[in-house]
Design a protein around this ligand. Structure first.
Ligand code: PLP
Length: 430
């Protein structure tokens, strides 16, 4: 007979499902990265992406189980009472926690090097929760102006409606971070590289300014991916992802995750999510969990392809400008090299001839698809001024450096030669 039990981490209140292996000494969990033989070793990130967080059921499945359940049954009314009182460990309801979702969270924790994490239904749920869970009326937020459109809405429009003031600044100018601080500043928020202009913000310098001001630094790390950049190593307090992008990487599911310290998750995030309910579906969590096994390989290939495509674009007569952190003509090339392992898969470029020429090129492409998504196996191109950043005024777009001639390309996993051919034929035809 298999024996299993539930144990709780006293500090975070997390529940772990341990299944005991027949041949092992009793009481030994089959949790991959914590089994008796490897418990003392620090595993490298790629190994964690394959094994981290695995909690095998008594059936001994190789691949992680998908627990499609909203609720859990109790052995007795007394046990139900004890669980609700927090005196007994175990799952209660999948809005609070679910074994498959928890495996995804644990694998992300191992990959990011964070203490704790919670998964959410979308990247925007992660961003919103990361802020609302720690802010109250009367607080102040400083954010870099170059943000994903919906993130900018949260900071600029939503938070002020609830009495949280916000200041948007040029994130690349460290003096502006310093000057924007007030006694009630609680949160700094930024993304780097930024969307779509791929500016690089100095994580270490901004984290230091945040901490001097008594604020937490929250970083939206989507464009860099957890493989290429680890903001916590530079002092970030909270890291958020849209797992919809490179983590799924195959355009299937929406998801998000917030990572931080035990203290942040226990005191702020966990209860906020439990009560407001933007929970990740166990099915989507399972897709994301399995996707993490190949994330490192995919991101390497994304970057190799992007380097080749950026080189090709840089040599084209009809292209006015190429923005890619891996190119030596990128204004913050050295900073990018210092905080990112590789330059990523996102490229922005301007076509000579403005919007008409940019549209003509996009319409001529065959392999590269027109889509506002990113981080996908398929190469995707979008015209930010008329899609992702359409909501901004022309002045606001100019301030961000988003011209009508600009296209944003998310380089996929195809053969790079087919991508450069596609752009080459497209430019000839346009
Ligand atoms: C896509 C994205 C988000 C939002 O994620 P969803 O999963 O679409 O909700 C937030 N920040 C950045 C940088 C993104 O690219």
């Amino acid at each position: 007979m298999f024996l299993s039990c539930l144990v709780a981490d006293a500090k975070t209140g997390r529940v772990f499902f341990w299944a005991f292996e027949g041949e092992g000494p009793m009481g030994e969990p089959t949790n991959d990265s914590k089994s008796s033989t490897v418990s003392d070793r620090k595993l490298r990130p790629q190994t964690e992406m394959v094994h981290g967080g695995t909690q095998r059921s008594p059936f001994g499945e190789t691949s992680e189980a998908m627990y499609l359940t909203s609720g859990y049954v109790y052995d007795s009314a007394e046990q139900a009472e004890a669980r609700f009182k927090g005196e007994s460990d175990g799952f209660i309801y999948s809005r609070f926690s679910n074994p498959t979702v928890q495996m995804f969270e644990e694998r992300m924790i191992a990959l990011e090097g964070a203490e704790a994490a919670r998964a959410t239904a979308t990247g925007m749920a992660a961003v919103t929760a990361s802020m609302l869970c720690q802010l109250s009326a009367g607080d102040h937020v400083v954010a870099a102006r170059a943000l994903f459109g919906s993130c900018r809405y949260i900071v600029e429009e939503l938070l002020p409606r609830f009495g949280v003031e916000s200041t948007l600044i040029d994130g690349c100018d460290l003096n502006q971070w310093r000057d924007a601080c007030r006694p009630n500043t609680k949160v700094f928020f930024l993304e780097t590289p930024t969307n779509p202009t791929l500016d690089i913000i100095d994580l270490k310098a901004v984290a230091d300014i945040a901490h001097e001001a008594g604020a937490r630094l929250v970083v939206d790390n989507v464009f860099a991916t957890p493989v290429l950049q680890k903001p916590m190593e530079f002092g970030a307090d909270v890291v958020v992802y849209s797992a919809t992008k490179h983590i799924d990487g195959q355009g299937r599911c929406l998801g998000g995750v917030v990572l931080g310290s035990d203290e942040f998750v226990t005191d702020h995030l966990a209860n906020f999510l439990r009560q407001t309910g933007p929970a990740l579906s166990p099915f989507n969590a399972w897709v994301m969990l399995k996707s993490l096994e190949t994330l490192d390989l995919r991101v390497q290939r994304h970057c190799e392809n992007a380097i080749a495509v950026a080189d090709f674009l840089g040599a084209q007569e009809k292209i006015a400008r190429v923005i890619y952190p891996g190119r030596s003509d990128h204004p913050q090339h050295n900073l990018a090299a210092a905080q990112m392992k590789l330059p990523g898969n996102m490229i922005a470029f301007e076509v000579k001839g403005g919007k008409e020429a940019a549209f003509r090129l996009a319409n001529q492409l065959g392999v590269i698809k027109i889509s506002n998504n990113l981080g996908d196996a398929k190469s995707l191109i979008t015209h930010p001024a008329t899609t992702t950043h359409q909501r901004l005024t022309p002045e606001a777009r100019t301030e961000l450096g988003i011209s009508d001639a600009m296209l944003r390309l998310s380089v996929g996993l195809e053969d790079a030669a087919d991508l450069t051919d596609d752009i080459g034929f497209g430019l000839d035809a346009a």
